[in-house]
Design a protein around this ligand. Sequence first.
Ligand code: ADP
Length: 403
Amino acid sequence: MTRVLVINSGSSSLKLQIIDTAVEAELAWALVERIGDPVGTLAVRRGDLAGSPGEESTVEAAFPDHTAALSRVLEEAGRLGAHPTDLGVEAIGHRVVHGGPDFHEPVEVTPEVEAGIERLELLAPLHNPANLRGIRVARDLLPGLPHVAVFDTGFFHTLPAAAHTYAIDRAVAKAWDLRRYGFHGTSHEFVSRRTAEVLGRPYDEVNQIVLHLGNGASASAIAGGRAVDTSMGLTPLEGLVMGTRPGDLDPGLIIHLIRDRGMSPEDVSTLLNRRSGLEGLARARDFRELLARVDDGDRDAALAYEVVVHRLRRYIGGYWAVLGDVDAITFTAGVGENVARLRADVLSTLGGWGVELDPQANEDGTGERIISRAGGRVAVLVVPTDEELAIARACDTVLGLGR
Ligand code: ADP
């Protein structure tokens, strides 16, 4: 029996799960949001080995920093009998967004690894510092446990050079490690493996396109278990339209804003990370709100939805050409798993390519399932992602636990 605490530490949030990797059950779950704000929220829930949610505790209070947030989580978890020590946690797994050119596989966190993650802050200033904070705070408050870093970029280290190379001066790219790295790799790997299992086929024989559509969104092309293209690049800004990020745009637009319109690089960063995507196009906080506004006849929301659909079609078509042949298209994450209408609209032009949805399976089913018509040439699936479980399993493997 191995029990792993999985931590996903963001700049103003902290998400934790305790997972028993033998039965793959969630024994405890916690989320702190708005760390650093005058009032933040905290929720801690106990689970059990059967996977049913148990008692929950919620708190509204100020959490000035991640140390305060984790201390309070541990206190509340203790009251619910779900403190990591009480539950026999043996290791802590961390989601680390950028692994850069050096980290391809999950690794135990040593001082050298920590220094490496810190160096990569230059490539991921919005993510890696927060991930590192999670590692350090957990080490302080839960001493004596091994830590494993699992990199969001890892699965994409197999991208062929043609897919990961930016067509800029080679010397400039080389000097600063400027290339496409890809993100959400833990999810793309988990979901693509699961897709092959659901289809009852060997992973290395399936050509697939995975669409991870959450607040952040990314697509990948996976040929026989090897990632051959993905939509995010040097940073998680490239690719699909997201909650607050634009995805692909002409880099000339950025030059124009800075050189001709007087915006500072910081202003542009805020524009592209916080005021674009659904937020920028329609002032929609998330996809649910966007859909409600589309149904109310809001034109900005309707346009935003059309841009989302159009971009997804372009990626699917492009990846189809890269793969040559596609066996499966899988939707995952909050939007991908829950929005039947989007799945149907995106795929509606692909009937001639052998993609045909079963409307009932698409609209009425829940959870993991095949949503294409039986006997169709291309399988379409919904597979809920579980990055925390994948991180917990990686801890087992790296540390040789659970044997
Ligand atoms: P992340 O992990 O990137 O924060 P999630 O995978 O949780 O994102 O997805 C969040 C997105 O999923 C939000 O845009 C949210 O509105 C959307 N979403 C979740 N459930 C539903 C639903 N039932 N209907 C429509 N959208 C949903």
